[in-house]
Design a protein around this ligand. Structure first.
Ligand SMILES: [Fe+2]
Length: 451
């Protein structure tokens, strides 16, 4: 235990960077990288260094040599990080990369891959998913809040051994902006500097290293990546959280000039993924029931409906940090049930539409639930609400258990992650969901949709 006075004393003994002779200063070097959105000929790769600069990103097919590499420059921004947009790649190919900063030594190396070119029939693939990643055991206030942190390595090992190509979907609360503790430091969500510090700190956590290296990553956000617990559009630093989220996750372009946010979509094989923003436009959850009360907002819902209608994909996967098919009295527990006007409108529209193959994904609730919505004459709609990877468990409450849409056999009350397997051919093509505990033990398997 170091007292504040000791820490201050030892800090005074270390000369500041500015007083060191020039040759004693280590040049900044890239320290973390995350592969993100990928298509048949392009990949986004996020890179962060331990200082400012412009990173040189070299990449070459694994069957070639570094001598034949091509290079792109990545300008590192405010948090010494940036996203390289690499284009002109070969389809269905694994590449090696190395990111360096001038004078910064070996830098950081890894691999990424491109998607297969569209063929006559879609290939099989898998999506890994999880939410609520508390990266410490204790809160700053001294309460136990995180457990089973081996889950990240379990997932990475599963990916390494997987016969299918894959990517990961981070389902919100991917990090926690924490409340203050007894150390006198402010809440992580109290200032722009504290938020940026927390984003940087979590991304560099060694416990996440293998998982980040193991596959490509996409993300949505929830309250804890956005602001304080249950935060909504009134969160005063939401511009800063949007800047950080967009700066740290190499998703497809998110939001638009006219409609800011983290919402985006992308297609992989015969599945289209719609990633929603459930925080930027959110009215307070505890506000009185009102038909005009929204979680996603009118424009985002219009975009979703339009996108679902236009989608040619067999499977249409809609993801948000908050549960869609939850049921509870207004204001009790978080869910789209607290925004009944918006939810009713969407499902009434869905029931009138031709949209098929819809699957919903969510997280947030510190337990896993599977829902099934039945409508006469239409295929059922499932929601896989997968939580938590490492945060504290909250058992299903009486409102959760009374939800007629809940599949009680699929409730999981331990740290867990999910997978979605898209496989088969023609009419036999299915989307099969599985849930695993932190050690990789299978909890359940369910078919969520078929062609
Ligand atoms: Fe949450």
């Amino acid at each position: 235990m170091t007292s504040r006075r000791d820490a201050l004393k030892s800090a005074l003994l270390i000369p500041s960077l500015a007083t060191l002779p020039l040759d004693a200063r280590a040049a900044p070097t890239p320290t973390v990288a995350v592969a993100g959105h990928f298509t048949q000929d392009a990949v986004r790769l996020w890179v962060q260094a331990n200082g400012p600069g412009v990173a040189a990103l070299k990449y070459w097919p694994v069957d070639g040599t570094e001598a034949d590499a091509r290079t792109v420059a990545v300008a590192l921004g405010r948090e010494d990080c940036g996203i390289a947009r690499i284009a002109g790649l070969r389809a269905d190919t694994r590449y090696r990369y190395r990111a360096t900063l001038e004078g910064g030594g070996e830098g950081i190396a890894g691999t990424f891959r491109t998607a297969p070119a569209p063929g006559a029939s879609p290939r099989d693939f898998r999506v890994y998913m999880g939410s609520c990643a508390y990266t410490e055991v204790m809160t700053r206030g001294g309460n136990v809040y995180g457990a089973n942190h081996q889950i990240f390595d379990t997932m990475a090992a599963g990916m390494a051994a997987d016969a299918l190509p894959h990517f990961m979907l981070w389902m919100g609360d991917n990090l926690y902006l924490r409340g203050s503790g007894k150390d006198g430091n402010p809440d992580d969500f109290a200032t722009a500097e504290a938020m940026a510090r927390r984003y940087r700190e979590v991304r560099a956590k060694p416990i996440l290293g293998k998982l980040f290296a193991a596959t490509h990553h996409y993300a949505i956000w929830d309250d804890h990546d956005f602001g304080n617990n249950n935060s909504d559009r009134t969160f005063p630093l939401r511009d800063e959280s949007l800047r950080l989220f967009q700066g740290y996750w190499p998703n497809p372009d998110m939001g638009s000039q006219a409609l800011p946010g983290t919402w985006t979509k992308f297609t992989h094989q015969d599945a289209e993924f719609f990633l929603l923003d459930n925080r930027w436009y959110r009215d307070a959850e505890t506000a009185p029931a009102d038909p005009a009360k929204v979680m996603f907002g009118r424009e985002q819902m219009a975009w979703l409906k339009r996108s679902l209608t236009e989608s040619r994909a067999t499977f249409k996967v809609v993801a948000a940090g908050t549960q869609f098919l939850s049921e509870a009295p207004n204001g009790v527990e978080s869910g789209w049930h607290s925004y009944a006007g918006e939810r009713d409108d969407f499902f009434a529209w869905l029931d009138r539409s031709d949209v098929k193959g819809l699957v919903l994904l969510s997280g947030d609730r510190h337990n896993t639930q599977l829902f099934r919505r039945e409508t006469k004459g239409r295929p059922p709609v499932h929601e896989f609400s997968c939580s938590p990877m490492t945060s504290k468990i909250v058992k299903l409450n009486k409102h959760d258990l009374a939800n007629p849409r809940l599949d009680k056999d699929c409730a999981v009350e331990t740290q867990n992650f999910g997978t979605l397997e898209f496989s088969g051919a023609g009419a036999g093509r299915t989307l099969v969901a599985r849930c695993f505990d932190a050690d990789g033990k299978l909890q359940w398997t369910r078919t969520l949709a078929s062609a």
